[in-house]
Design a protein around this ligand. Structure first.
Ligand SMILES: C[S@@+](CC[C@H](N)C(=O)[O-])C[C@H]1O[C@@H](n2cnc3c(N)ncnc32)[C@H](O)[C@@H]1O
Length: 301
């Protein structure tokens, strides 16, 4: 959730843990629902023969070109699609794939996306306020902050950012926009800092962190998309097929936890991670993003 000094190089989180936990049959079909720069897929490709398939999805075309580059020499077949993972069933169907052995989703963003001007996600660097990872989406973050009424804005910041100061932040945003349109991340971060005053010094995270998270989730409909992916998975997985989800904040992790629990209760999944797997201190020292990562794995019965 936090925005730190990011390098353009994306280091896949919990990569060692994943490959230790998951051994794919050589001819497996794997869906990397968030292929990003292809780091995780590259590691799993080593387990696959030329009959295996990696089906990679991403909403960001830049990520897909990076993944193409990373995976250019692997042995297995690679199919890359520019699509939201909420469309996983439709996309697999279009490619003639009915069943898969492994679904991986590493939620959130690649490091390079946070500093990418075109995406407008950073509160550390001033850039146009956008936040759409998929440019095909109609509404961006500027539309939300300039058009949403105060109460709904406060509710949104509270629901998706879990910020207890949501009402105050919404009030400051609405008061500011009476005079000026909010068009940049710098303006928005400034308004939030003003609303929260010296809270910045007391809290470990930047005052804008939670509001930016809330807007990003709302713009990209992140939680709804995750729910759709999880709802599609049982029908797509072969017997003994695996689903692994890496989440980065409690809202996502809660959705995954309850989905796996429900599927267990319905006799569909066995849960392989009683508690979510987290990164070692060494991994966190090397990669700040790993700090909040949680990995849950389930197996189709
Ligand atoms: C954390 S990165 C994945 C990094 C990747 N595991 C690697 O090792 O390089 C997350 C990626 O998921 C993409 N993404 C986020 N939400 C998505 C969605 N609903 N459908 C498809 N891709 C999504 C982002 O654009 C980003 O490229």
């Amino acid at each position: 959730m936090e925005e730190d000094k990011q390098t353009a190089e994306h280091i896949p989180v919990l990569a060692k843990t994943l490959v230790e936990q998951i051994n794919l049959p050589q001819e497996a079909v794997m869906v990397d629902a968030t292929i990003g720069h292809g780091g995780h897929s590259f590691l799993f490709a080593k387990q696959l023969s030329s009959k295996g398939i990696i089906f990679g999805m991403d909403v960001d075309e830049d990520s897909l070109s990076k993944a193409k580059q990373t995976l250019k020499d692997v042995n297995c077949r690679v199919v890359l699609v520019h699509s939201n993972f909420s469309q996983i069933s439709e996309q697999l169907g279009e490619h003639g794939i009915e069943k898969v052995d492994f679904i991986l989703a590493d939620l959130g963003l690649c490091s390079a996306q946070i500093t990418n001007e075109n995406l407008g996600l950073s509160f550390q660097t001033n850039m146009p306020l956008d936040m759409r990872i998929d440019k095909r989406l109609q509404h961006n973050a500027a539309d939300i902050v300039n058009r949403t009424d105060e109460k709904s804005l406060a509710d949104l910041i509270f629901k998706y950012g879990e910020d207890r100061a949501s009402r105050r932040i919404a009030r400051f945003i609405v008061s500011y926009r009476k005079e000026n349109k909010i068009t940049t991340t710098g303006q928005l971060a400034g308004i939030i800092c003003k609303a929260l005053g010296n809270r910045k010094n007391r809290s470990r995270i930047h005052p804008a962190t939670r509001t930016f998270q809330a807007l990003r989730i709302a713009v990209n409909q992140e939680l709804e998309n995750l729910e759709k992916l999880l709802a599609s998975a049982p029908k797509l997985l072969n017997k003994d097929g695996l689903i692994a989800i890496i989440s980065f904040h409690s809202l996502e992790d809660r959705i995954v936890k309850y989905d796996f629990r429900q599927n267990k209760a319905d006799g569909i999944y066995d849960i392989l991670t009683k508690k979510p797997l987290i990164s070692s201190k060494e991994e966190i020292d090397e990669n700040q993003r790993a700090r909040s990562a949680k990995l849950r794995i389930a197996m189709k019965r």
